[in-house]
Design a protein. Sequence first.
Lengths: 133, 329
Amino acid sequence: MADKKIRVLIAKPGLDGHDRGAKVIARALRDAGMEVIYTGLRQSPEMIAEAALQEDVNVIGLSILSGAHLVLVPRVIELVRANGQHDVKVFVGGIIPEDDIPALTAAGVSAIYGPGTSTTKVVEEILAAFPAV
Amino acid sequence: MMDLDTVTTGNRLALSRLLTEVENDTQTGRDALDRLFVRAGRAHLVGITGAPGTGKSSLVSCLAKHIRSELGMSVAVVAVDPSSPFTGGAILGDRVRMRDLAGDTGVFIRSMASRGALGGLARATAGVVQVLDAAGFDFVLIETVGAGQSEVDIARLAHTTIVIEAPGLGDDIQAIKAGILEIADILVINKADLPGAENTERALRANLDLGYTPRMLHNSTHMATANDSAQEGAQGWVPPVLKTIATQSVGMADVLSSIKAHRDYLQQTGLWKVRDQERLKAEVTHLLQTTLMQRWQRSVSQEKYEAILDQVYDREISPGAAIDILMNE
């Protein structure tokens, strides 16, 4: 009997050391019935793409507070696509200046969640994106 | 039909996607398992179990790294964490301790949620392990959920079971209880730099001195079992008690040499094959149970089932009487 779950990778690329937001999101997604792979702090884009490949995730959530998002996020997406995972959705949470949003969207980010975003919104948008899973 | 050659020739995306099919118990996954069965049976399956926080993930990471550097053999890791009994969701956090393995193409790590199974593994773990075995990994390290006392399914799946203890978790009465300590082929006291490590070691050794229960599982009724287990006891594989500090890579050489010694022992005594048979038998039994359950579910209407449950809720009939009615449908 098929038993499918949405699998989500929550990762913190780069060098910032604050992962409370990432853990809150991980917990909220868990409570929504998803399987959340949490990889911990200070991940390189290569490590994140490798984990996403081995875990066959549907969604990658990147938490960034360091300001390096314009470098790290497109690199993660590039590597994930190069691995052949074309359907994986990537969302970003953290401190992202409004001016940078178009560049991230152009790089393939499907959603950006700033401070104060309710976890319900994140959950609902992921569930809406993967109705069949 | 899925091209399984891609999986066995190192296409990681194909492998990863197949693992998902197997984990979700889809028809594609079942067909693949049927066809991969003949290619599996080569890897050394090593189980790692122990209470939450004893250092299972750290030890797996360190051990995998040691296997890579000392033996140059490939390693797959299957790490199981618990699913919520309420929402079905899970946080799979074992990779946090395994970051040192990143970037090595000879290593493949897969996290699994237990999805309601209670024996320390997920129902699909055996299938996932079989795929990784068929994909050509030399070692498959299987990390259970944080185990208490009776999560012993791993002993049925693995050739070699490592039970990890940490100092300060219990007195010597814990060491003589039945359950998880009995399934150990290798006992590891991790965090051996913490106070109390000597006491833990003494309690475990004292318990082993009282005699080692040959590790044939109680409900295993294979004909050869009695003789084989007598042999296992007689020829004396006594689980070594090793001290490690996984986060500092201390003690890994001993763990690896004990794993190799256990493998040699199993092969020389013929027990390797017996354990494979035990595992396959458990797998057939498990599939039989699932299939019978599914067939039964199709034969009884949901309304009928709920009507009988209502009678149980109202204490009109006992659960046992309900089964009698349902089975005679």
